[in-house]
Design a protein around this ligand. Structure first.
Ligand SMILES: [Cu+2]
Length: 268
């Protein structure tokens, strides 16, 4: 009995933690469903977005426990349409209604071009709802698209962690995806990502004790350690090598130039 009460308390505590750390970005509706979209910041931005979803019945006003959610983000540009790297949507462990996944927007919307999000719900019957979403530019460049200088293929690289860089040894992770088509982005599993963190405002000094990333097949990301020794803006200069070790993009930092492939962040 005591154990049952204790684990109940633990579950409700965890629920509160999840619910408290997220803010509603927007709702997507049709006649039968209200799809609530949440992120930690309360907005969608370029780069990696961890997105939480709850689905409510419009007439019942109750959240729905057993419902399959699929999504498809698509940017409507002047000259073309394209999607972006994204995960599937899965139930959050220990939660009844909350589901989550991630989307990596490689561009922000603007007055002429915007993102649509199509949500496909299935609880025995299938419902498809599409609505415009607002994707703002993040403060720092946390995602880059680049071309393989050997094969000509296109890739997207995004900073996944740290989301809140501090003066410390931070857990570092990158997502790397091949743009197979305008709609399909495949995780790249066998490349090498090298990073060289520099402070442009302080004579481009680097930091000691970094760990270069390696691919982890559990989450499909490249994991390393990023040492940030001072507060302020840091530039992660990148070099990407293909499966046989040839450099396909990026260059070593020299006295006169940084890498042409880089991401930025601010240590606080
Ligand atoms: Cu675009």
């Amino acid at each position: 009995m005591a154990i049952a009460i204790f684990s109940l308390a633990l579950i409700s505590c965890e629920k509160e933690t999840n619910e408290n750390k997220i803010k509603k970005v927007q709702e997507i509706n049709d006649d039968n469903y209200i799809v609530e979209l949440y992120t930690e910041t309360g907005k969608f931005q370029t780069g990696y977005n961890e997105i939480f979803i709850k689905v409510k019945g419009k007439n019942t006003d109750n959240y729905i426990e057993n419902i399959n959610i699929n999504w498809y983000p698509e940017m409507q540009m002047m000259d073309k349409k394209h999607s972006c790297p994204r995960s599937s949507v899965e139930k959050v462990a220990g939660e009844t209604f909350l589901q989550k996944g991630y989307i990596i927007f490689q561009m922000a919307g603007n007055t002429m071009e915007h993102w649509n999000l199509t949500i496909t719900l299935n609880d025995g019957e299938q419902t498809v709802i599409t609505e415009q979403i607002n994707v703002q530019a993040a403060t720092y460049k946390n995602v880059a698209t680049f071309k393989d200088t050997i094969s000509g293929k296109k890739y997207v690289i995004a900073l996944i962690q740290p989301q809140k860089p501090t003066v410390a040894t931070n857990d570092l992770s990158f997502g790397l995806f091949e743009m197979e088509s305008m709609s399909n982005f495949l995780p790249v599993t066998n490349f090498t990502i090298l990073f060289d963190p520099r402070m442009p405002s302080m004579e481009n000094h680097s930091s000691p004790n970094n760990t270069q990333p390696s691919y982890n097949n559990v989450d499909g990301l490249y994991h390393g350690k990023l040492s940030l020794t001072m507060t302020g803006e840091w530039k992660l200069n990148l070099i990407i090598k293909n499966a046989v070790g040839d450099i396909i993009q990026g260059n070593a930092v020299s006295e006169t130039e940084d890498s042409n492939l880089y991401l930025m962040l601010e240590a606080k």
